[in-house]
Write a protein that binds this ligand. Structure first.
Ligand code: ATR
Length: 275
């Protein structure tokens, strides 16, 4: 019998996770099945309990259930505690374990797929919602020279930065207008603006010479990446690599081995390329 895993969300039909984990399982010879579960907005806890009762071993959790998954988990990894959200659940004798692999996925994509060392770099993180919160701690652990969190609603950026200020003096929060005159080596868009086709009120100067602009969204040309190109960013990239890397971190937690992500990322790029 194959071990059962799933991604749960609403919507979930567009999720690439079943494809990614099928490729990982084939590559590593693991006997597992991975499905997509659409839970009603008020039906997460029930769907989770049913999946566990049916013998499920682990789950990825996506929008809008990551905070609920955090609350339902009985034990947490440090990075899940930092994110206050869970994207990976593992079910075993110790109960429900909650982890968050999003930030590690971003950092691994930057370091290993894009060849960017974050150490000593000036990093701008746009956004102060769940997606931004999930990557703050893993970014700080890479020892950037500065991590500036900027958000449309300035107070939320300041609050998020304050939560992590005991760990690092180099994290601060501000509004977009405060960025005038400041350039960065790495600019990450963790807002949901790209999903609605909106651009951010970022001054052009944030895209410093040689900078890398990273949009966590994938599969579409975004206003942020256009802004970045026009602002002079040396390199722009979408979040497909982060998606594959966070999946690999989940796979490692569940199966105890790390799949080779490069061929899987290449395959996904091929599959999503326009004909
Ligand atoms: P997620 O879990 O995807 O981060 P969220 O918690 O709702 O979702 O947070 C959305 C983020 O995108 C917030 O930082 C939000 O800014 P506000 O706090 O000011 O609302 C940001 N965002 C969404 N649409 C935006 C837009 N058009 N321009 C700028 N920021 C936007």
């Amino acid at each position: 019998m194959s071990d059962r895993y799933a991604v749960i969300g609403n919507p979930v039909g567009h999720s690439k996770s079943p494809r990614i984990h099928a490729l990982f399982a084939r590559q590593t010879g693991q006997a597992m099945v991975y499905e997509a579960i659409l839970a009603p907005p008020d039906g997460f806890a029930r769907a989770l309990a049913e999946f566990i009762a049916a013998g499920g071993r682990g789950m990825n959790v996506t929008i809008p259930f990551k905070e609920q998954a955090f609350r339902l988990a009985e034990r947490h990894s440090p990075r899940a505690l930092g994110a206050r959200a869970v994207n990976t659940l593992a079910f075993g004798e110790g109960g429900i374990f909650g982890d968050n692999t999003d930030g590690a996925g971003l950092v691994r994509d930057l370091k290993f797929n894009l060849g960017l060392s974050i150490r000593g770099k000036r990093v701008l993180l746009a956004g102060a919602g769940g997606a931004a919160r999930g990557v703050v701690l893993p970014l700080l652990e890479e020892s950037p020279a500065a991590l500036v969190i900027a958000n449309r609603t300035e107070d939320k950026a300041r609050q998020l930065a304050a939560e992590f200020s005991s760990r690092a003096e180099k994290v601060s929060g501000c509004g977009f207008a405060d960025l005038s005159g400041h350039g960065f080596d790495l600019v990450i868009n963790a807002t949901s603006a790209s999903l609605s086709g909106a651009s951010l009120a970022l001054p052009r100067c944030v895209f410093g010479p040689g900078s890398l602009a990273y949009d966590m969204v994938y599969g579409r040309p975004t206003p942020f990446l256009r802004q970045a190109r026009e602002g002079g960013a040396a390199q722009v990239t979408d979040g497909l690599g982060m998606l594959v890397e966070q999946a690999a971190e989940s796979f490692l937690l569940w199966r105890g081995l790390r799949p080779d992500t490069a061929p899987v990322l290449a395959e996904l790029r091929r599959e999503s390329a326009p004909p």
